[in-house]
Design a protein around this ligand. Structure first.
Ligand code: FMN
Length: 207
C-alpha cells in the first residue's frame, strides 16, 4: 500500500510538471505577454517592435516630413526634425540662382549649423535619416547631423525625396560620416507617396 501511495505521488507530481511545460514556461508561472523564455534562457517570441527607432529628417518644404511621418506611424518610433540654426528662406532654395543651398552643395567643407541635438541617442538601435535630394546629393546639413552624433553600432536607414532624381550615390556618400554604423541601402520617395507604400518598404526591412 505504501509503495502504491508513493507511486501515485510520483505520477501526480509528474502530471503537474507536464501541465506547466505545456504552458511554454518551465517554471509554471504565467507572466503574461509573449516574452517566454525556454530552458536555455533565450527569448523565444520577442515583441514585434524590439528595436528603439528614431526617425530623423530634414525638410524645407514638408515633402520629406510627410514620408518621415508615415515611417513614424508605421514603426511607432520617435520623430526628430533636423532644424538649421539659420532657417532656409525660399530665396535660399531658389536653385536657378546662386542661392545658399547651391553654394553649400558646391562647398565640400560646408557644414550648416544645427539647432540642438538628439537627446538620449544611446537608447536608439535604428535611425532613419531623411532628406531632400539637392543636386543629386544629401544637403550638407545631413553631413553636420551625422558628424555631430555618435552612431556607432546603430543601424542607419537613409530615405529621401526629390522631384525626379533617384537616390543615386546620395546615401552611400554618407557612409564615411558615420563609419561605425551599420548602413542599410536607402530609398527615394516621390511626394504624395502613400502610407501603404511606406509600410510595405518597412516590412521588407525586417527591423
Ligand atoms: C537646391 C535644390 C536642389 C535640388 N536638386 C534636385 C535634384 O537634383 N533632383 C531632383 O529630382 N530634385 C531636386 N530638388 C527638389 C527637391 O529634392 C524636392 O522638391 C524635395 O522633395 C523637397 O523636399 P522637402 O520638401 O522635404 O524639402 C532640389 C531642390 C533644391 C531646393
Amino acid at each position: 500500500m505504501k509503495k502504491f501511495l508513493g507511486l501515485l505521488l510520483v505520477i501526480v507530481t509528474a502530471l503537474f510538471g507536464l501541465a506547466a511545460c505545456a504552458n511554454g514556461n518551465p517554471n509554471g508561472d504565467d507572466k503574461g505577454g509573449n516574452e517566454q523564455t525556454g530552458g536555455s534562457g533565450e527569448i523565444k517570441n520577442p515583441p514585434a517592435t524590439a528595436s528603439e527607432i528614431l526617425v530623423a529628417y530634414f525638410s524645407c518644404t514638408n515633402t520629406t516630413q510627410g514620408i518621415a511621418e508615415h515611417i513614424q506611424a508605421e514603426t511607432k518610433g520617435t520623430l526628430y526634425e533636423i532644424l538649421p540654426q539659420v532657417p532656409y528662406t525660399s530665396a535660399d532654395l531658389n536653385y536657378n540662382t546662386d542661392c545658399r543651398a547651391n553654394r553649400e552643395q558646391n562647398n565640400s567643407s560646408a557644414r550648416p549649423a544645427i539647432k540642438g541635438s538628439v537627446e538620449n541617442l544611446e537608447k536608439y538601435d535604428v535611425v532613419f535619416v531623411g532628406y531632400p535630394i539637392w543636386w543629386g546629393q544629401a544637403p550638407k546639413i545631413i553631413y553636420t547631423f551625422l558628424e555631430s552624433h555618435d552612431f556607432s553600432g546603430k543601424t542607419i536607414i537613409p530615405f529621401c525625396t526629390s522631384h525626379s532624381s533617384g537616390i543615386g550615390s546620395s546615401d552611400t556618400n554618407l557612409h564615411s560620416l558615420a563609419p561605425n554604423a551599420k548602413w542599410v541601402s536607402g530609398r527615394r520617395f516621390s511626394s504624395g507617396t502613400s502610407q501603404k507604400t511606406v509600410a510595405d518598404w518597412i516590412k521588407g526591412l525586417d527591423l
